[in-house]
Design a protein around this ligand. Sequence first.
Ligand code: URA
Length: 202
Amino acid sequence: ALPADAGRIATLDWDALEQEVAGCQACGLCESRKQTVFGVGHRRAEWMIVGEAPGEQEDLQGEPFVGQAGKLLDNMLRALGLTRAEAPPAQQVFIANTLKCRPPRNRNPEPEELARCEPYLQRQIALVQPRIILAMGRFAVQSLLRSNEAIGKLRGRVHEYQGVPLIVTYHPAYLLRNLVDKARAWEDLCLAQQTWESHDRG
Ligand code: URA
């Protein structure tokens, strides 16, 4: 089920899109959220990072990845010379989630919630026109690649979303609990950087 106005969302500019998300009532998550979490970073960033959904801190602060998983993500990005700051000289990223609202008690997103929220992420990517997308975790991957395969099966090669190279990696919250996979996530970041170097913006 898509929101009735998916076609209209695909035409919105940044400010209109941000407003639309802020007032969204397309699924039941609007009842329990404190606020929507639109995304953060440079609006024409070369790197687009896509996570799952806001957690408790994100719901409180209105910014993606500001909790424990976010600290890990920031460290991973810093190692590549990337930051979420909007200004140069650092290379820029835009960070967004697949869902813009926190699921109660951080439960997994439901298919209908993902479907209703999807036009927002799709429009964000179309507006940013990134040179590379890093999809973290199974829900970002499900939404962008339409694949239910495990991260372990999809990582390690370059996929594509609407002509943009896309790299799959583990979600940072997962990495906090599964330290052995951190080395693999690091390989994924290296592959992303190599890919970024070799692909111009489309
Ligand atoms: N996990 C996510 O996927 N996104 C956030 O914003 C925070 C935690």
